[in-house]
Design a binder for this molecule. Structure first.
Ligand SMILES: *Cc1c(COP(=O)(O)O)cnc(C)c1O
Length: 385
């Protein structure tokens, strides 16, 4: 049985624990070495300088490539380092179509960095097929999507967008941070390159920053490998080890958090103070059928509206279990207020246009007992108007 035939639950365990060839150590040792001895003047070993490759990082890069069914994986210092490197496969004069609901850091990169190098962009609501088709220019090289998107959990049809892009000679890059390969495999749906903020679910414990890229073709792998080495934003070995450890439990964590999120969402819809719930795994959600056609579940992140900023303030004072902070995808539940946190750079009008209302909170469900979480929110909701 080859590794490819194993299910993901086996792969997360097998791909992260390749016994070390020298010692048999089950976990890859943390090779704290920036340089590797060269066997002779004209003889070269597998590794030379650690920016170009390190045995610990290699195990991680092979693991994510295997999980996403890609050609090669690449590890970076942060999610933004991964995204920057991927987008710098573009050249001066190229154009990229970016989903309107893109992560704030990617928005900033595209609008304030890439423009300085002659790489132009158009933001498009990717659920609007006509708008997408109209946005293509002769020099459009990439369509960049994120699904489900932050914080309204809007779902993008990866297959449809990929077909439209490929017909016009463009590649598709997908940010798979919210789903992870356990729930969704964009390369199998037509995407050409995947980026991850591994800081979130893949690492899973709010302890490190990390980013990953997975490529579908050898041509893209060669480009990304060249840029990873040329730009140098690689992931350190200790963090590579921690990320491998996080991935080992990805199956159980995603399943539990996702199941708990669905149960919590069903309960939320019955609460009088909650005016709206966004969660693509809920059967009554507009995006439900699209979501389950391309992913195994709705994931662990949801958002909901409790009417006013005043209510939000009171809720975060009263709530005891979730941590009030940015980020998501950890063992602890994390609650955040997008208008003043992740989307603070948008003005109110821009926010409202994206469905980011004054009473909107985002919740990333962790691994706590879901009944405790419901009880905690129930006691806090009682204190709201
Ligand atoms: C957090 C996040 C990023 C950025 O990753 P960092 O590790 O913080 O650099 C990119 N995309 C999404 C969807 C994210 O949630």
């Amino acid at each position: 049985m080859s590794q490819a035939e194993f299910s993901d639950w086996t792969k997360v365990v097998k791909s992260t624990a390749k016994p070390d060839s020298h010692t048999g150590a089950v976990n890859p040792p943390i090779y704290l070495s920036s340089t590797f001895e060269q066997p002779g003047l004209d003889e070269f070993g597998q590794w030379d300088y650690a920016r170009s490759g390190n045995p610990t990082r290699d195990v991680l890069e092979e693991s994510i490539a295997e999980l996403e069914n890609g050609d090669r994986g690449f590890a970076f210092a942060t999610g933004m380092a991964a995204i920057s490197t991927a987008l710098l496969t573009l050249k001066q004069g190229d154009h990229v179509i970016v989903t309107k609901n893109v992560y704030g850091g990617t928005f900033r990169l595209v609008t304030e960095v890439l423009v300085n190098y002659g790489i132009s962009h158009t933001f498009v609501d990717l659920s609007d097929e006509k708008a997408l088709k109209d946005a293509f220019q002769e020099n459009t090289k990439v369509v960049y999507l994120e699904t489900p998107a932050n914080p309204t959990l809007q779902v993008t049809d990866i297959q449809k967008v990929s077909k439209i892009a490929h017909e016009r000679g463009a590649l598709v890059f997908a940010d798979n941070t919210f789903m992870t390969p356990i729930l969704q495999k964009p390369l199998e749906l037509g995407a050409d390159l995947i980026v991850h903020s591994a800081t979130k679910f893949l690492a899973g414990h709010s302890d490190i920053l990390a980013g990953l890229v997975v490529t579908k073709t050898k041509a893209l792998s060669d480009q990304v490998y060249f840029l990873q080495n040329a730009m140098g934003a690689t992931l350190g070995v200790a963090d590579s080890f921690l990320l491998l450890r996080g991935i080992k439990t990805l199956g159980v964590r995603m399943q539990t958090s996702s199941r708990n999120a669905l149960e919590f969402v069903k309960w939320l819809t019955e609460q009088p103070v909650v005016t709206k719930v966004n969660y693509p795994g809920l059967e009554t959600s507009d995006s439900y059928y699209l979501q389950i056609s391309q992913a195994k579940a709705g994931g662990a992140v949801l958002s909901f509206d409790i009417g006013t900023e005043e209510n939000v303030k009171k809720l975060i004072e009263e709530i005891k279990i979730p941590v009030f902070s940015v980020s998501l995808g950890a063992t602890e539940s994390i609650i955040s207020y997008p208008p003043k946190m992740s989307h603070a750079e948008l003005n109110r009008e821009e926010r409202l246009e994206r469905g980011i209302t004054d009473g909107l909170l985002r919740l990333s469900i962790g691994l706590e007992d879901i009944d405790d979480l419901k009880q905690d929110f129930a006691q806090a909701f009682e204190k709201l108007k």
